[in-house]
Design a protein around this ligand. Sequence first.
Ligand code: ATP
Ligand code: MG
Length: 285
Amino acid sequence: MSKLKIAIQKSGRLSEKSLELLKECGIKLSNSDRKLKTEAKNFPIEVLFLRDDDIPQYVEQGVADIGFIGENEVWEKEKNVLTIEKLGFANCKLSLAIPKDENYTGLFYFKNKKIATSYPKILRKFFDEKEINVEIEEIGGSVEIATGIGLANAIFDIVSTGSTLIMNGLKEVEVVTKSEAVLISNKNLVAEKQRIIEKLLFRIRAVKNSAENKYILLNAPNSAISRISSIIPGMKSPTVLPLAIEGWSSIHSVVKEDEFWDIIDQLKALGAQGILVIPIEKMVL
Ligand code: ATP
Ligand code: MG
């Protein structure tokens, strides 16, 4: 049986999370000391550890069948690959920043200005669409120092918290796009490899769902069951179990993590007590 070759970043901001995701999918690697490649003991995959810049090209060429990579690299490299799933980590913005004391007047501020970046194609496309002429200075790294050393008037780079910008006397003035890690695939895979991808995707989705959802248990008077059920409908319907005290029930359901704080007041107003919220290990819809 052939193995699916999966490319992940050797070391950097994607690599830990990529390995963690494989682990949460129940995939055990023979060794994870990140030589060039390793195999899984209990799943038909082989892991290749590469520089992230090279992953789109290697997936296009079929050196790797699939890869975990930042969307920003997929857009910049413009390789002929399929993006098949968002992975929910390595979330960042690609933003324009200028020296903090400059007066920002909107996108036309950048007209005929020099912008330093490691993402020239994404930036060129953005300004071409706006029909604004800019001069793009491509540099490999440490983009944030480009204005300080007089190389450019502005920068276009990855921003997460913005602290790097502040440390370099810059301010973010435009978010051009947002990126996260994605699963990309070669376009011409044999059916056997497609099937392995389907199995892997099934597991990845179960892991992602579990991260986004919580198990909720609460006690409520029986008179409130139907209204509470409509607030926390769960996957099919909530489980309702009678308590030993007459007239009360325990209600179990699943809630989205980011909706939890919005619904908690409604639940309390309906008489819910003893509310417990518990992480879910895996979730298959
Ligand atoms: P390599 O040596 O493999 O070329 P690199 O230095 O190009 O690594 P990293 O800094 O490790 O790349 O970033 C890898 C990816 O992680 C980026 O392309 C981006 O998608 C994402 N990323 C980068 N910085 C951040 C951040 N501060 N927060 C969240 N995600 C980020
Ligand atoms: Mg890189």
